[in-house]
Design a protein around this ligand. Sequence first.
Ligand code: ADP
Ligand code: MG
Length: 604
Amino acid sequence: MNTTQPDNIISILDMDTANKIAAGEVVERPASVIKELVENSIDAQATEITIEIADGGKQLIRVTDNGIGMSRDDAVICLQRHATSKIRSAEDLFAIHTLGFRGEALPSIASVARFAIITRREGVDVGTMVNCDGGEVADISDKGTPVGTSISVSELFYNVPARQKFLKTAQTELGHIVELLNRFIVSHPCVDFTLLHNDRQILRSSGSGKLEDALLTVFGRDAAEAVIPITGTYGPYTVRGFVSRPSYSKPNRAGQLFYVNQRYVRNRNMIHALDDAYRGILPQGRFPLLVAFIEVAPDLVDVNVHPTKIEVKFVKEWEVHSLLSTSIREALSSSAVAPTGDDFLPPAQHQIQRPEFAYRPQPSGVTHTSGDLTAFREALAARIQTSGDVPVTLPDDGVTNLASSEVAPVVGDMLRDVTVLAQARNMYIVAQNQHGILIIDQHVAHERILYDRLYKQGNELHVQRLMMPLTLNLSHREAMVVENKLSDLQSLGFEIEPFGKDAFVVRGVPALVAERNYEQVIRDTIEELTDLTLAKRLVVQRDSIITTTACKMAVKAGDRLSLDEMSRLVSDLRKTSNPYLCPHGRPIVVSLSNRELDKMFGRI
Ligand code: ADP
Ligand code: MG
């Protein structure tokens, strides 16, 4: 029988193609080239690194360092794939102390640009220049140069037009580069970094070795002054760094820098730990600053899970989670930003979180300088002036003479010894203490109290069994959300089970909820959660369920409250973790000190 062998179809890729494929992983844009070059400079123990770029790095990138330099042979061989001085064998992979180790960056970059190395090693009289075009060494020559290395990469992607098209404007590319260098400045405060764009200096770090100086360069003074230190140890892991007090936050995560063994990384588990620590302290959509340096023996972390090593895997992810969330929480509570219990006397006034419109007592003799207080005063004055349509119900025994006080209270005291005077518009509790007048939003105050209670009940659940199980027939959308969040709802004390298509039966509710119109609370909560998940495309977390439940259970604007109820509300509010900000981030208390009031009336 005559069988024809099919043609062989597998062949080994040539070096140039292999390099271009590797470049596809490592070299995405000018910033990724700079990342690799700067890492090499740091690994070469440089203390000064200058990055010059033209046209956002698209025309030219040159990284010059004062590191150990390379011999002539090394300057040539470093352009070959898998050429590295940093590891020798696979075992070394578990003991990596350098930023690089794959030996892929230089050949990859050289394959997609025009490339030149000028370098000199200490003790060698003359330096070397190696020119390279699209990965091919074009010439090697002597070159007079200081000890260290300078690598130029020009016309990035000149031979890969498909990639070149994806480069953004010079401004955008520059933005990525600045962000990248900021991360290096923070992790390597001993290195003096300079960034020049089209010959203009864009960034310069001090190289003083002090993390504080690095933060100042990277985040600016306001932020640098708003941070408190974190430290901690858990099992084999340690962390040190800084987080911002809740009074300082950002609308995005750009100010969150995590490092493992001095390498910048992104890791969802760590972000989750950070969010956990700030839960209920920052409003939704606001993010703390964080710089965290995690140190661990190299064999307990795998940095080789991603070509650019930006992702890492820990042997025990949950230990890292505990380490971070615990040490951040400790830092926050020891600086009294999250007061707990009755006697939260802050160590220093400026360390306390004060939302814009909360009570701001001033030491006597000190005048206000902040503009936001003026705005507040005007807003309040306007409200008082329109008192025609603000029916204020003064109870018979209403205290009317306000004792003027020059003594400055501490911030934590603002809800101490409060006498409730009245309810305005069935929305606001009007009260006073020796320091001035307080206006409290009854709904958000109650929301805060309930949030804290629901949150705390965690381990010791108080579930109230319902005499008559409640059947819920939900829309398909709602049912999907409930189905999804079933275990979270159950862990909060909602005994809820599926009961046929889009239906559920509720057999028990948290005791707290049972005190109120629980059916309404459950229905409203489900509706809101559905809205959050589907309309706003948010991933609903356990925390949002608590926030939403608290909101739905709380007294509403418009509910009439007795003096007793209001007094209880205020004293409960004082015991919460944060009496000034509701879990959604709205202010709870607005205040007017005696001094401010007297000033408004021209008495002082
Ligand atoms: P890796 O950093 O993974 O070893 P690279 O391709 O980035 O691989 O670099 C290859 C080798 O070239 C390095 O291991 C190092 O020996 C040498 N090298 C690269 N850049 C420098 C530099 N700036 N100073 C001294 N040596 C360098
Ligand atoms: Mg490298």
